[in-house]
Design a protein around this ligand. Structure first.
Ligand code: GLP
Length: 253
């Protein structure tokens, strides 16, 4: 196999076909995306030059450039002046949708270190919306943790967690994992409902995640419950769209 084909995960000229309904540049982008998101093409790896790629794949340079441009927009590749195209260094993380795990556990299972940069922690009266979501009495107080969560030293998501003070009396007592701390307090998360949507980031959030304003992100809301069904936390998170992937397992009913 040629060196280029090997580097690109056994990509062969015959893998791209003008007969398919998907334009050639999107076929190429799809193939390269799969290499990057599966980790086969690691972080900070250089790609073959545009000209070499075009010759090897028997397509025009315009096609190659358009494909690389698509992945650059998604944040997976960057073009370094004079040195060509490189994969970005943001870690790519998959989360299973069907298991209730914490951020710390998600990172650890991938051999990454879960870091945190605290944005804010407070205790105050719940808003009317939080009162409803957490099934509180009017005027009940909540602890709020606002964290920039890191994989190694790379920002991955911004997460605002709101918990009734009866389960988390002191947000400053949380050192590492919130779920670890809750388990120690006897308030172990048992079940959660989660909803995901795609958003583009406002300038403030984008800046904290090292992304340009308007970059794509996954917005996730999670409501977690104790074993007895009482609501334990309401969390809203913005995950970098280029670094996080959610995997769901489907079984026959
Ligand atoms: C994930 C969930 C949050 C949860 C957090 C706990 O990020 N989306 O709902 O609060 O994990 O993580 P940790 O225990 O690492 O603080």
């Amino acid at each position: 196999m040629s060196l280029i084909g090997k580097k690109l995960g056994a990509l062969q000229p015959t893998d791209l076909s003008a007969d398919l309904p998907l334009p050639l540049y999107l076929q190429l982008a799809k193939h390269l995306r799969a290499q990057i998101t599966s980790g086969k093409l690691g972080a900070n790896e250089s790609l073959p030059a545009e000209r070499e790629l075009a010759e090897f794949l028997n397509v025009s340079r315009v096609t190659v450039r358009k494909a690389l441009g698509v992945l650059a927009k998604e944040g997976l590749l960057s073009n370094r002046q004079g040195s060509g195209w490189f994969t970005n260094s943001s870690p790519y993380v998959e989360q299973r949708l069907s298991t209730l795990t914490s951020f710390t556990e998600d990172m650890q299972s991938r051999g990454l270190n879960a870091g945190v940069s605290w944005l804010d922690r407070t205790v105050s009266a719940a808003t009317p919306e939080e009162t409803l979501l957490l099934n509180l009495r009017p005027g009940e107080r909540v602890s709020r943790l606002n964290r920039l969560r890191l994989a190694g030293d790379k920002p991955l998501c911004i997460e605002l967690s709101v918990l009734p003070v009866k389960y988390l009396p002191d947000p400053f007592a949380v050192q590492g994992s919130l779920y670890g701390h809750l388990r120690e307090l006897g308030a172990a998360p048992f079940r959660a409902l989660q909803r995901l949507s795609a958003v583009s980031l406002i300038a403030d959030l984008a800046g904290k995640l090292d992304l340009p304003e308007g970059a794509p992100a996954l917005y996730i809301e999670r409501r977690t419950f104790l074993k007895d069904g009482a609501p334990l936390e309401f969390v809203s998170s913005h995950y970098r769209g280029d670094a996080y992937d959610f995997v769901v397992e489907l079984a026959l009913a």
